[in-house]
Ligand binder design. Structure first.
Ligand code: F6R
Length: 608
């Protein structure tokens, strides 16, 4: 998703703006640009594709100036061309924007009828056109900004500079996050604290509806009604995170290997490692008394929620209503206001998830946020925040955030079971003991399965389609395996409930179709093996992910069998995440795709 940076400084800014954009690369983008004011004139450099193209442009034609704004664009309205790349200039106004101006076509038609000449296909250009028009009509910069904000609707984070004021950046937020960074004689603006980390760790997030004027010595913030407001300054922890790959080829590889540590860290917040008990961390959500639970999220986060549903229903006997966030609020589900709702989001900014959260809030439910970013909008709007403590996830494909979400949901469901009296103290201790052992098992798996997975990936990289099957919690995991493979290798993949195979997808099975079966030796094992037999009988090539017992029990011929340690079923989804993540990763590496920033994808999806 688009990234915004701005600096009103006392030294040249172009290089620093591009460095900050690099820290936002993880969000996904397909063009980039930077604008500064040089000798009283707006200047810009833009380029399609990755930031090194923009750097090359800047090396050919350097850009001076001590004030500037910069942007990575993830195309929504208009192709990812240089002409559509931000910053957009209209008559001495430069604008960068993240989000969607929903009424842009109406404004564009109206202004075109008045004689305005639009030069891009973007929704953003209406912002620059409106500001230029209001200035022509005699409004000051601040009044023009205020009038423009009253005219546009939709989701936006905006940064604006005016050619006739080389000491001010104006910013506004309605939806996507925007942080102000406080420096020494310099002020900064960024889509998140990670972008600002090299400059300052003292930041304040604008609240929805806020707009701000940044000068070199500080910022004035205004609310929706134009009243001066203060937003709390906080010391961001983002600076503490080293945004580099260490000795890994990709962030995704690094993040896969960080999982044992990340999960330990996450679990430490929720369980007592010595007493093997769940800590009382549920805040305003009383799992003991809620009649049901609603869960909503998108993509990988939704799949972790789906696994969570199995746990909450099994351990806490709590009925769970779950759907992808883009459908959830449109279904008009009859929700019980006495219930609680959990929203799962790595970024904490996903527009659909946020909209579902607001929908549930309107229905009177207590809101819990399972997030990685505590400063995020979803966290701020929740009654209780359940941090997953995974650390920054830079690879676009979610890995450690997924398993940390699972660890948190597992701990919460066991705690809920205890609070509701559906599991005994002894069962709680047993389940928590297994959770506590998980990081150690994960390390062992990471150290042992790589050679087998790499070999298998070589074969998989030649395939066109792949099917994943699973039963119980292995079913959402099968969907996650398929999602991971398709998003980074671009191989078509689908995840199915193993029992559904014969109701349709079995028609796809032939000798060219690898079928990845995730089947620990659990209570569903025999049934899943029957489904495997259906595949084998039709010549399908089986890749079997199971444990020692499962491998011994199945006599079927497979293309490969990945043997995992025997684990308790509450930890199996996290442990079996490792081979499915590694398989997708190594397959993508063999295929030479852009693993950390796959085509068309964005890390933080702030549009619906
Ligand atoms: C897939 C992936 C996405 C995200 C989804 C939700 O690897 O990362 O499917 O899970 O876009 O994002 P968050 O968790 O930030 O709400």
């Amino acid at each position: 998703m688009c990234g915004i940076v701005g600096i009103v400084g006392n030294q040249p800014v172009a290089g620093r703006l591009v460095e900050a954009l690099k820290r936002l690369e993880y969000r996904g983008y397909d063009s980039a640009g930077v604008a500064t004011i040089v000798d009283g004139r707006l200047e810009r450099r833009r380029a399609e594709g990755k930031l090194f193209n923009l750097e090359r442009r800047l090396a050919e034609e350097p850009l001076g100036g001590t004030i500037g704004v910069a942007h990575t664009r993830w195309a929504t309205h208009g192709a990812p061309t240089e002409a559509n790349a931000h910053p957009h200039f209209v008559e001495g106004v430069a604008v960068v924007h993240n989000g969607i101006i929903e009424n842009f076509s109406e404004i564009r038609d109206e202004m075109t009828a008045e004689g305005a000449a639009f030069t891009t296909e973007t929704d953003t250009e209406v912002v620059a056109q409106l500001l230029a028009k209001y200035r022509r009509e005699g409004l000051g910069r601040r009044e023009a900004m205020h009038a423009m904000l009253r005219r546009v609707t939709g989701a936006y984070a905006l940064a604006v500079i005016f050619e006739d004021d080389p000491s001010t950046i104006m910013a506004a937020r309605s939806g996507p996050p925007l942080a102000i960074g406080y420096g020494q004689g310099e002020m900064f603006l960024g889509s998140d604290a990670i972008a600002l980390a090299p400059f300052t760790n003292e930041i304040a997030y604008l609240v929805d509806g806020d707009w701000a004027i940044l000068g070199r010595d500080g910022a004035f913030i205004f609310d929706n009604d134009g009243n001066r407001v203060e937003r709390p300054r906080q010391i961001s922890s983002a600076a503490a995170y080293l945004i580099d790959k260490g000795n890994h080829r990709h962030f995704m590889e690094k993040e896969i290997h960080e999982q044992p540590e990340a999960i330990s860290h996450a679990l430490g917040h929720y369980v007592d490692f010595l007493r093997h008990e769940v800590k009382p961390v549920t805040g305003e959500i009383d799992f003991a008394s809620v009649p049901s639970l609603a869960i909503s999220a998108c993509g990988t986060a939704y799949l972790s929620g789906l696994i969570g549903k199995y746990w909450f229903e099994r351990y806490a006997r709590l009925p769970v209503e779950i759907d992808v966030a883009s459908e959830f609020r449109y279904r008009e589900i009859p929700l019980n206001p006495a219930s609680a709702a959990l929203f799962i989001s790595q970024s904490g900014e996903t527009a659909d998830t946020l909209a579902s959260l607001r929908y549930c809030r309107e229905q009177g439910l207590k809101i819990g946020a399972v997030v990685n970013t505590r400063e995020s909008t979803i966290a701020r709007e929740a009654d209780s925040v359940f941090p997953i403590l995974a650390g920054p996830e830079i690879g676009v494909a979610s890995t450690k955030a997924f398993t940390c979400q699972l660890a948190v949901l597992a701990a919460l469901s066991v705690g809920a079971g205890r609070a509701r009296g559906t599991i005994s103290a002894e069962e709680e201790r047993e389940l928590v003991r297994h959770l506590c052992e998980m990081p150690r098992i994960m390390s062992r798996v990471l150290n042992t399965i790589q050679p087998a997975i790499e070999q298998l990936s070589r074969d998989l990289s030649k395939c066109r389609d792949v099917l994943y099957l699973g039963r119980g919690t292995s079913y959402p995991l099968a969907m996650e395996g398929a999602l991971k493979l398709k998003e980074i290798s671009y191989i078509h993949a689908e995840g199915y409930a193993a029992g559904e195979l014969k109701h349709g997808p079995i028609a796809l099975i032939d000798e060219n179709m690898p079928v990845i079966v995730i089947a620990p030796h659990d209570r569903f094992f025999e049934k899943t093996v029957s489904n495997m037999q259906e595949v084998a009988a039709r010549g399908g090539r089986i890749i079997f992910m199971t444990d020692e017992k499962g491998a011994a029990a199945s006599r079927l011929e497979t293309m490969a069998t990945i043997v995992m340690p025997t684990v308790h079923e509450i930890v199996a989804p996290m442990i079996y995440s490792l081979p499915i993540q590694l398989l997708a990763y190594h397959t993508a590496v063999f295929m030479g795709t852009d693993v950390d920033q796959p085509r068309n994808l964005a890390k933080s999806v702030t549009v619906e």
